[in-house]
Design a protein around this ligand. Structure first.
Ligand code: SAM
Length: 332
């Protein structure tokens, strides 16, 4: 009898774990970090939090360091497989799984998700899979066309009744396209000033024969020669421009809505600047235009990046194996 009871309990636990893995896309091992008593107490109240998250889902999604294995869930496996034909056309996309996770955390079904630097459309594809409406702006027509094709393909396979809009324009014009207080969540990754251009120049000159040329970011290419492209601006002008985008982004966001910026910090060793803290500069300008600095999430990319020898043998630099997700919130 006792044995049977134990079996039932074990089975229930297994089903629960399976369920949370399926619903959340987080790996089973996360379960052991939950403060069980607190969560069970909340679950008894059977009240859902905003975005219909259960207390368990809420807790599992709330870690401030997320790693690839966790986003890289076997149920979805969009990271473990090679990049698809659309993703291969762009040098710097983020995984759909990452955007989906942020969408689950900060919006509910039927909300509008926005990306001012849409690229080939990852944010909209994630919004589509999560039943949110989506709107995105992309300057380069090649990328906005790819986004359109990719969206048509997924809509053909898993059509829903939500509305999607892909705009080929400079995101400095975002107020022309989007009304005030419409967006619940922005998920985006801007170009990093002219760092990509610089690092490519650097690679073809200084590091011609070094390990850096062969092993680090070697597929990254500049987005375009367009003068409106943020990827062609020196850092100071770039920050000024991004500040304006953040201001307009705040205006189109609903009170209580969120804006998540996936960014990396950089170095400019040629100009003897060892470290450029883009994520904290971004957080500062966001607050200057009125956003609340809500959270900082670290996206551990250790498995994606090989270690390279930086500065050896004269000066020690660490390999930067993570990106930052700067999370802003609009006050109510
Ligand atoms: C880091 S990529 C974004 C990639 C995107 N997250 C994805 O997964 O496809 C930055 C994008 O911003 C675009 N971009 C640069 N300047 C822009 C501008 N002024 N307005 C709109 N898009 C711009 C670039 O063409 C590039 O595709």
């Amino acid at each position: 009898m006792r044995k049977q009871k134990y079996k039932v309990k074990k089975k229930n636990k297994k089903t629960l774990t399976k369920l949370s893995t399926k619903i959340l896309g987080v790996a089973e091992s996360e379960e052991k970090y939950l403060v069980k008593r607190e969560i069970e107490k909340e679950e008894k109240k059977s009240k859902l939090g905003f975005n219909n998250l259960t207390p368990r889902e809420w807790a599992l999604l709330s870690k401030n360091v997320i790693n690839e294995n966790e986003i890289l869930n076997p149920v979805w496996n969009d990271l473990s497989s090679p990049r698809n034909k659309y993703q291969l056309e762009h040098g710097a996309v983020y995984p759909i799984k990452l955007a989906e996770r942020l969408i689950k955390m900060y919006s509910a079904e039927g909300d509008v998700v926005f990306d001012p630097f849409l690229g080939i459309g990852s944010t909209i594809i994630a919004a589509q899979s999560q039943g949110r409406h989506g709107v995105g702006i992309e300057l380069n027509p090649k990328f906005s066309n790819i986004a359109q094709q990719w969206l048509s393909e997924v809509q053909g396979l898993f059509a829903n009744d939500k509305v999607y809009k892909i705009i080929n324009d400079d995101c400095r014009n975002l107020l022309k396209h989007i009304h005030k207080d419409k967006i619940q969540l922005t998920v985006t990754s801007p170009p990093y000033a002219n760092f990509i251009r610089k690092s490519i120049e650097d690679r073809t000159t200084t590091h011609k024969t070094s390990i850096i040329t062969h092993e680090n970011n070697s597929t990254v290419k500049p987005y375009s020669d367009h003068e409106q492209d943020f990827g062609n601006l020196p850092y100071k002008d770039f920050l000024k421009g991004i500040k304006e985008i953040l201001k307009d982004n705040l205006e189109v966001t609903k009170p209580g809505g969120y804006s998540c910026w996936v960014v990396k910090d950089y170095r400019d060793t040629k100009n003897k600047i060892p470290y450029i803290p883009f994520h904290s500069d971004l957080a500062a300008i966001g607050q200057e235009v009125g956003w609340l600095y809500q959270d900082l999430i670290i996206w551990d990319q250790t498995g994606q990046r090989r270690l390279v020898l930086l500065g050896y043998p004269s000066v020690f630099y660490v390999n930067q194996n993570c990106s930052f997700i700067v999370v802003f919130r609009k006050s109510k």
